[in-house]
Design a binder for this molecule. Sequence first.
Ligand SMILES: Nc1ncnc2c1ncn2[C@@H]1O[C@H](COP(=O)(O)OP(=O)(O)OP(=O)(O)O)[C@@H](O)[C@H]1O
Ligand SMILES: [Mg+2]
Length: 279
Amino acid sequence: MKINKDHISILRVIEGLHKKYEYAPLDEIGSRLPFPMKKTNFLISELNRMGYASYLTHKKSGTSAKVAETGFDALALWDFKQHSVITNIGSVVGTGKESVIISAETESGFAAVKMNRYNQKEFLKIKRSFSWIAVKKKIEELGIKEYEINVPRAKAQTEFRVLSDLKGVIPVPEPYGINRHAVCMQFIGKKSLPAKILAKVVLKDPADVFDVIIEDYEKAAEKWVHGDFSEFNIMVTDEGELYYIDWPQAVPSEYPNADRMKERDMDNIRTYFRKKYSL
Ligand SMILES: Nc1ncnc2c1ncn2[C@@H]1O[C@H](COP(=O)(O)OP(=O)(O)OP(=O)(O)O)[C@@H](O)[C@H]1O
Ligand SMILES: [Mg+2]
């Protein structure tokens, strides 16, 4: 079974109703769609089977549905395609505790789409970061509660902004687009095969690479302090080019905690080169 545009219409309606309900009642979903109720019910059961939506049945209020995490992925990918940010969806190239990264095709080559996930532990980290300030402002504007904020979307916004700001300053994946909790960016690697991360390569000239990393880090830190800088967030292409990835927790350099975060970032990378290459 494959998701089609009718499924997407339903997901959009449920998504819209999430402002009002955690689980949207089926009849209310149906009343906003041009399909007969029977078809709506059938399509929702398909969405449920594919894992894009989940059900809740309550004795009194009847059946209601909610968009699942992968349902939001489907919506974001659909919209990237609709807006010609990508032309085709590829396969998963990375899964972390905090995100899923897939490859995609564009008109001119390849892209990576990073879809953020909600992670409780990580939420506490976000609360100390720039995203949190931005999110807090938004909370005030909207007059909502803290638990109502959407962390994956806040992360996407920060990462997109950092990538846009650092483009041309240091090598980062070029940002192509943002949709909901997903960021589409330049694919680092050959075709749809991702480059290795620094932790997985053995450098021939570690001292030179170390100097380049420190220099790049300093350049970036005039604007943004990474906050999770390590051998796992630097990619190295076959040609030996470095790319700095994974910026959703970055903070602006003038942010109160920035200096401490910068020290910790530097320590991480120094320790890595000392242990692996005895530098
Ligand atoms: N632009 C990109 N091009 C190609 N591959 C990428 C790109 N961005 C990320 N990846 C791949 O996905 C992996 C995870 O990406 P990233 O570090 O941004 O996410 P994360 O949520 O921190 O994941 P983790 O928890 O594993 O660190 C990377 O190690 C890399 O292999
Ligand atoms: Mg990472």
